[in-house]
Design a protein around this ligand. Sequence first.
Ligand code: KET
Length: 465
Amino acid sequence: MASSVLPLASASPSSASRSSLENNKKKLNLGSNSLSFDLDKNHPFAKAKSFSRISMVASVNVSRFEGITMAPPDPILGVSEAFKADTHGNKLNLGVGAYRTEELQPYVLDVVKKVESLMLERGDNKEYLPIEGLAAFNKATAELLFGANNPVIKQQRVATIQGLSGTGSLRLAAALIERYFPGAKVLISSPTWGNHKNIFNDARVPWSEYRYYDPKTVGLDFEGMISDIKAAPEGSFVLLHGCAHNPTGIDPTPEQWEKIADVIQEKNHIPFFDVAYQGFASGSLDADAASVRLFAARGLELLVAQSYSKNLGLYAERIGAINVVCTSADAATRVKSQLKRLARPMYSNPPVHGARIVANIVGDPALFNEWKAEMEMMAGRIKNVRQKLYDSLCVKDKSGKDWSFILKQIGMFSFTGLSKVQSDNMTDKWHVYMTKDGRISLAGLSLAKCEYLADAIIDSFHNVR
Ligand code: KET
């Protein structure tokens, strides 16, 4: 807060008009790098003291942040804030993609609890990690993604560094693109996870969209996707969701993945995978990594951001990684050195706790199997509510609408096709919190609430236009 003097009429910062603010800004040199306020004879305070002005003046606090406007709430995380403020008994939070138990409680995996108590017993220290993160984690995460016997691993062609979960890893990759591929465009699917655009905007990386979702078929617009990727400038980055596309829940088939790889290869583009749901889509870690492995097997260079928020329930630990597959071990070493250089001034080095959890679980066959069983259980629960929601819609909706698209989608979300006003009705009338693009997180739904949700969807779909 800058202590300043204003005429009484505009003494309150909230009532200060923009133009009077501009004037005061000039007087006070607000917004400049210099923060000095010399009380020379031209300063308004000096004048006030000498009573040379007739109008009364008062000393008030004017924030130098006055010109900063209110940011809108985040389209996804803002939904959780609104949900918390609602006191209705039937409220349901289907906004953020976070797994809940059948009792709609957050879930810490048993295997995570087990490993955390082992870590505590061992008395692991809290020293800084190296800039690239925990070595055992980096090894484990790359092997989990590509398979330990993948030639890219054997030939040491992957530059892996620990990131601040999926988001931080994507952001680091965006910084790498901005620095070393100036002007290169990133192609993102339409629609995509809301934060992708923010990430590339903030990193000053230009992006454009490729067609992905076809509302007519409630499926993939494969032809549109292929022709947009073909039409992009050679050498663009193509952002792909490794599995369980967010928000649509619609993935290409294995044959379609091959064709996508064909055009990417033809156009000399660089595939850039966002893998936030490995193991969470199908219940199998390997099946969910098939798309990434297909591209790696073709000898392509690619980027892959990973997250352990969903599959290990480590949301708040911020654990993930960025992997850059290069054509040579030498290039990978150089890329890694530059990723470290980008990370150091941003956050110095990553947090250790989540990295140790992942490394310990993946590195121990018994714990690894426990994790896989729990992941299958979580993926299974989501599939069950998906089925129950579909069944409830079919029984309750007498209009003959085909709801089978819900069963074709995979992962933790369902893209309902509800418009913004219909989504508003879901929240305002039914207390069902969801994102305004019509996405619902089935991971936040219980079997017991499926019928209530079906009623809300049917009402919103048929009665709100
Ligand atoms: N990629 C995708 C596709 C994604 O859905 C998320 C998270 C992330 C990356 C990043 O997650 P992180 O926790 O940084 O590893 N999505 C959910 C949460 C969020 O929006 O932050 C969501 O869509 O609800």
